[in-house]
Design a protein around this ligand. Structure first.
Ligand SMILES: *[C@@H]1O[C@H](CO)[C@@H](O)[C@H](O)[C@H]1NC(C)=O
Length: 409
């Protein structure tokens, strides 16, 4: 089993006791860590992210068609490259589990690493549960238990307890903060039942004033760092600069089953992706765009496909000539600088890259535009823009941060 980096273990331990960020009560914040999964040699970013994109699209299409989503065939199992991991307490007394913070799925579950510890608050519902993620899966039994997020507790939260899982080494499971619809069909014997998410329960139990989760990531060049913050119930204005701008959730399927929005993308003065639907996703590392947009980006940047990493590769002089990438979302332009478009150069070795090249974090989603899910704004986008996932008002918000223009990579 993967041994989590000592630094991360230390910061996670710290995070459980420290909650020093001042934000208006009664929203709560939960610090979380970013960790590069270096298990099993080099990280295949692209394989993981493309498998995830395909699974997200298939799952959304299956829900839209009223079919259960049971992905068939052999899928490469690839751990996330960078996992954003929150320390979540479950049970009484609570055991702390390291859970991936995932806006692209909605089941919360444990058991892939640290075994689930049954305590006096654990109730076995006997319901079999299973979820397939594209590059991994879990199956087991649904329990209800007390879940502790920072200073708040949810009693009788429905959680999955895995008896089998793949693709999740180094973590204990997932904190699913996507829309509740995505839980439909995950209880094997209850195909139309949905499972209330942690955010929904916090709201219905009156513990947060609105069904909102806000996410702050910061870029980092270390393999593990405690640099994220989740806020339930509101926003933390100390984490962004300027104005928060919102966009309504898209009505285009299958993006509409996730945190889906409409946006267009321009490289320099050239529109490479006219306004279309896609999603914002904390479980994807790269920024993935429709194949036709990707081909234009590749040609405009002069990049070549690097067979070792799967990423686009440019030389240092091409990097010096790189233009901004503009994301237009509901009339507001978010500018991703050249430095924001590259993989941290000090981490090139982890993806099998060479120190003499610069690798781009924009890649191909694997299908051409018009699929109803034509882009994923993944972690590399969210590290540059604060994001707000607002179920109450059916919208997603973004704001610039002190890191938007930072030269960190
Ligand atoms: C998003 O784009 C689709 C397709 O162009 C359009 O029908 C829809 O009105 C747009 N806005 C929203 C909020 O979905």
């Amino acid at each position: 089993m993967f041994v989590i980096a000592p630094l991360l273990t230390a910061v996670l331990a710290l995070s459980v006791s420290a909650s020093s960020v001042e934000i208006p009560s009664p929203s709560i914040t939960l610090p979380f860590a970013r960790s590069l999964n270096t298990q099993g040699g080099t990280v295949n970013l692209l394989q993981h992210d493309q498998a995830r994109a395909a699974a997200l699209r298939d799952r959304g299409n299956a829900i839209a068609a009223g079919r259960l989503y049971r992905r068939q065939g052999s899928i490469p199992v690839t751990n996330e490259a960078f996992s954003y991991i929150a320390a979540v307490g479950i049970g009484s007394p609570a055991t702390t589990y390291k859970l991936i913070v995932d806006t692209g799925s909605s089941n919360t579950w444990v058991g892939s690493g640290t075994p689930y510890k049954v305590t006096s608050t654990s109730v076995n519902t006997g319901e079999p549960v299973s979820v397939t993620y594209g590059s991994g899966s879990f199956s087991g039994t649904e329990y209800t238990d007390t879940v502790t997020l920072g200073s708040l507790t949810i009693t009788k939260q429905s959680i999955g307890v895995a008896s089998k899982s793949s693709g999740f080494s180094g973590v204990d499971g997932i904190l699913g903060i996507g829309p509740e619809d995505l839980t439909e069909g995950t209880l094997t014997n209850e195909p139309t039942t949905e499972i209330p998410t942690v955010t929904q329960n916090l709201y219905t139990e009156g513990k947060i004033p609105a069904e909102i989760v806000s996410v702050s990531f910061e870029p980092t060049t270390s393999t593990s760092s405690m640099n994220g913050e989740l806020t339930f119930g509101g926003v933390d204005s100390s984490k962004y600069s300027g104005t928060l701008n919102y966009t309504p959730l898209t009505t285009t399927s299958p993006a509409s089953y996730y945190w889906g929005i409409n946006e267009s993308i321009a490289y320099g003065s050239t529109t490479i992706l006219p306004t279309t639907a896609g999603i914002v996703d904390t479980g994807t590392t790269l920024i993935l765009i429709a194949t036709n947009a990707f081909n234009e980006y590749k040609s405009l940047t002069g990049a070549v496909s690097d067979p070792t990493t799967g990423l686009l590769r440019i030389t240092t002089s091409q990097y010096n000539a790189l233009q901004n990438l503009y994301f237009n979302i509901n009339g507001v332009t978010y500018t991703l600088t050249p430095n924001g478009q590259i993989w941290p150069r000090s981490l090139n070795a982890y993806i099998g890259g060479s120190p003499s090249y610069v690798y781009l974090i924009v890649n191909d989603i694997g299908s051409k535009s018009g699929s109803g899910l034509d882009f994923i704004n993944g972690q590399t986008f969210l590290e540059r823009f604060y994001s707000v996932f607002d179920t109450t008002n059916s919208r997603v918000g973004f704001a610039t941060t002190p890191y938007t223009d930072a030269t960190t990579n």
